[in-house]
Design a protein around this ligand. Structure first.
Ligand code: GLV
Ligand code: MN
Ligand code: MN
Length: 418
């Protein structure tokens, strides 16, 4: 295992410059997928990749690939990246770190005049967050064949219903390249942990062995609109009261499967949302996560039972629709080992960790050997404008990424050195 290092100051400077696109007053970033700000970030990223000598292509779902030639152009690339879109109240590092770290690997290899055997590719996946257009990981999911291209392009904005495809067209990022049909030798994604484990353990590096499974639901509760004054309490069919009981049940289910379960209601629409009309309809989303698929299934049964009971006691109708699911995803043992060995070679203290968040790596893992590298974030906070990370930790993660990528780029899996 080699022991090369990147330019951590340049990595930090690039992250800070990128974070100016969509910067919020509280120090975070709002750069929703396929918005004008997303387009500006994409253009900056492409400029930097071209300046680093890469050839850039954009596929029809807007995924951007920047290729650095290798000695053997016939070898599928060693790929690394993440996403440039953010949550509405997002931070500077979620996604951006993985893209900038991959770019920094290429820039550092250029500085060293280092030519790899296999080509390298930096990737920025479209709509990882799933905040504006749900579900999440749509670009990587289309790449991996999980979503048909037409369905992915038809994904509506959660509020305006404009489609992802129309917005990609509008911002000039509905590219020409086919989606998928793009062999990859290995995929690495560097990311902030987005949770508290590494910081609490005082470790700069997490060796990500896999990601927990997720189930997302869309729940519609139907009652009856009625006047808030003359309608006696026993006669009401208040959809919001039913929804409130369901939301409480979601939280209880999360606690009941401690310590690993996570259960969140993050999006609620009340109709007609008028102060003096009893709500007739509520739409809400549920996000369940667990590393064990059986527990995720048990949580599913409990959710359905709780919603049925809440609806029955309030004389409501309820529809519980499973909207999105992926099972717990183990990463590739050889690549996970390459990450572990790169961390050890650099003398970085590290531990194995399971990702609590969803990542593009989860879908790429279906079509290519995949692994991830985590670095701590301050207070374990992410999806928040105060999200922060230490420059030394970001540099450490990027050094690990560089050496793990080289391990694969110079020793293709089917090559003599394996
Ligand atoms: C992605 O940000 C997720 O929700 O895990
Ligand atoms: Mn992310
Ligand atoms: Mn995120």
């Amino acid at each position: 295992m080699r022991n090369l290092t990147v330019n951590g100051e340049r990595l930090w400077a690039s992250l800070m410059e990128l974070a100016r696109i969509g910067a919020t007053e509280k120090g975070g970033v709002c750069r929703l997928a396929a918005s004008d700000l997303d387009a500006a970030a994409r253009q900056l990223f492409i400029r930097w990749c071209e300046e680093a000598g890469c050839t850039v292509t954009v596929d029809r779902i807007g995924n951007i690939f920047a290729r650095r030639k290798g000695r053997d152009p016939a070898l599928p690339p060693i790929m690394s990246g993440s996403h440039l879109d953010t949550q509405p109240t997002g931070g500077k590092f979620d996604g951006a770190y993985g893209v900038m770290a991959a770019l920094e690997v290429v820039r550092s290899l250029n500085d060293m005049g280092y030519e790899t055997e296999a080509p390298l590719e930096i990737v920025a996946w479209t709509n990882e967050e799933g905040s504006r257009f749900s579900p999440a990981m749509v670009g990587s999911g289309a790449f991996a064949g999980v979503f048909a291209l037409d369905d992915a392009l038809a994904t509506p904005d959660n509020v305006t219903r404009v489609t992802l495809g129309a917005e990609l067209d509008r911002i000039g990022f509905a590219g020409e390249a086919p989606v998928g049909e793009h062999p990859v030798s290995a995929y690495f994604e560097a990311h902030i942990e987005q949770g508290p484990i590494l910081e609490a353990a005082g470790l700069p590096i997490g060796i990500v062995t896999g990601a927990q499974g997720q189930r997302w639901y869309e729940i519609t509760v139907i009652g009856q609109e009625a006047h808030a004054g003359p309608t006696p309490m026993p006669r009401r069919r208040d959809a919001l009261v039913g929804a409130a009981r369901m939301i409480d049940a979601v939280n209880r289910i999360g606690h009941a499967h401690a310590p690993y379960a996570c259960a969140t209601v993050g999006f609620v629409q009340v109709s007609p949302n008028s102060r003096n009309t009893i709500p007739g309809r509520v739409f809400l989303t549920v996000d369940f996560r667990h590393p064990d698929n059986d527990v995720l299934t048990a949580m599913d049964h409990e959710l359905r039972a709780a919603c049925a009971e809440a609806a029955a006691t309030q004389s409501l109708e309820v529809e519980v629709k499973e909207f999105w699911y992926f099972p717990p995803t183990p990463f590739d043992l050889r690549l996970v080992d390459a990450v572990r060995e790169a961390a050890a070679a650099q003398n970085y203290p590290h531990q194995d960790i399971v990702s609590g968040a969803g990542h593009d790596a989860v879908y790429v893992a279906r079509v290519a050997p995949t692994a991830m590298i985590f670095v701590p974030c301050v207070g374990g906070i992410s999806h928040n404008e105060i999200e922060d990370a230490k420059p030394d930790d970001l540099t450490a993660g990027c050094n690990v990424l560089l050496n793990a990528m080289l391990e694969c780029a110079d020793r293709p899996a089917d090559g003599p050195a394996g």
